[in-house]
Design a protein around this ligand. Structure first.
Ligand code: CTP
Length: 411
């Protein structure tokens, strides 16, 4: 008989109003087959009581190192965990974790854990933006922890801003991916993109013609979002420059919204200044109207149609490749081709000068708007990696697997 042991997850809850949302995260974790031990702080219990955590997890709940001392839980809980997730993580908890304080069961658990650790911060915008908190977050990330970027929206009371706990479904998704990648069988304990900054562009640019019309394309942005989420789950700090996707911000990712190719170029170059890798998954319009008509272009009485003059947009991928912001920065492009897919792909790789080019064939069920994709990843060193038809998430993982060995050594 095979005994399947459930992955052991410690859910740390620190004292913030968002503690109630951790109940939903707990439910998702237990329902998907994880053995969850909840370790709230004393102040967390002011928001949600121990009985709720215990009933939902099916495990005992303690906050103090002095409870059940004979079992030494302050050491065991951390040592035995496959993943520790702290949600919500208050500014105080991030500070304690960054400085290695250990004055209750949760902070002791964080010090003894050798598994991946995910923090989902929630606090007021001012507290999140304070240099003390930002430095603590940077310290934790440098050490390999995944710190999810807080969401923007309504905070406690009437305030709005950055600081909301991301949706529990998103936190769960990050946990699941982190756990997948760090299955004990592989013996990997630090996320492989930890300490890295990566930039991903997604979606399709729109080039305005007049106040009601634009030149656009059919890119949905799903592949770019899959890349951003996968990199975040692998521990990277991710900047996602998105154009016209309408997709909600993924947890743990800094999203910059743009409209046109020129705006996308500016945002990508800015983010690329300190990036280890840049992936251009966006469909960038090659041309834009030479003139923007400030008023709506009207039909003419003579039945004729206007002629629209176009000018070339900058080729961002070629520029990034030719003029790397940092030595050894990895640049990845995408190419959607309809004919002579591989031959065109190879020529494009050489022309653009990038390190990797993900070439996919535009077809009925593939590429635009679909959940699936099939591709060949061409490398400048001649390597070719076919990626079979499958979810865009799988292609995203393959891209990062190929980026990883090409990254410059970590600083
Ligand atoms: N790209 C870019 N800037 C542009 C156009 C495209 O950075 N102005 C990037 C895309 O993000 C993608 C790659 O270049 O990663 C491939 O774009 P594609 O439009 O296929 O390349 P082209 O050189 O325009 O080739 P073709 O004319 O064959 O379509």
């Amino acid at each position: 008989m095979t005994v399947v042991t459930k992955p052991k997850v410690v859910l740390g809850v620190s004292g913030g109003i968002a503690a109630y949302k951790a109940c939903e995260l707990l439910r998702r974790l237990t329902e998907s087959g994880h053995d969850v031990r909840v370790v709230p702080t004393d102040s967390a219990l002011h928001f949600v009581g121990a009985a709720t955590w215990s009933a939902l997890s099916g495990n005992p709940v303690s906050t103090e190192v002095w409870e059940s001392v004979h079992e030494v839980p302050h050491v065991r809980i951390g040592q035995g965990a496959d993943l520790v997730v702290v949600a919500p993580a208050t500014a105080d908890m991030l500070a304690k974790a960054a400085h290695g304080l250990a004055d209750d069961l949760l902070t002791n658990t964080l010090l003894t854990a050798r598994c991946p650790v995910v923090f989902a911060p929630a606090m007021h915008t001012e507290m999140w933006e304070h240099p003390a908190t930002q430095e603590n977050v940077a310290t934790l990330r440098r050490r390999g922890a995944v710190v999810i970027e807080p969401a923007v929206g309504r905070l406690t009371g009437v305030d709005t801003g950055k600081g909301r706990l991301p949706d529990p479904a998103e936190i769960f998704e990050v946990c699941r991916r982190v756990l997948n990648r760090h299955s004990l069988a592989r013996g990997v304990t630090t996320p492989d993109l930890a300490g890295r900054h990566v930039v991903v562009s997604a979606g399709g640019t729109r080039e305005p013609l007049d106040p009601v019309r634009y030149l656009g394309n059919r890119s949905s942005g799903k592949q770019g979002y899959a890349l951003a989420k996968a990199a975040a789950a692998r521990g990277a700090r991710v900047t996602l420059v998105e154009a016209n996707t309408g997709i909600a911000d993924p947890a743990g990712v800094d999203v910059v919204r743009v409209g046109t190719a020129v705006q996308l170029r500016e945002a990508v170059l800015k983010a690329a200044a300190d990036a280890d890798a840049v992936v251009m998954a966006a469909a960038v319009a090659d041309f834009r109207p030479a003139v923007y008509a400030p008023g709506k272009i009207k039909k003419k009485d003579d039945g004729g149609a206007p002629t629209i003059e176009l000018v070339r947009n900058p080729d961002i991928l070629a520029e990034l490749s030719a003029d790397r912001a940092l030595p050894g920065q990895v640049v990845v492009g995408f190419a959607a081709e309809t004919d002579d897919v591989l031959a065109n792909g190879r020529a494009k790789l050489a022309r653009k000068g990038c390190d990797l080019l993900v070439v996919n064939e535009v077809g009925e069920r593939k590429t635009f708007g679909s959940e699936e994709n099939e591709a060949v990843v061409l490398a400048s060193d001649g390597a070719e990696t076919p990626v079979p038809y499958g979810p865009k998430e799988a292609l995203a993982e393959t891209v990062w697997d190929l980026v990883l060995p090409r990254l410059r050594p970590s600083t």
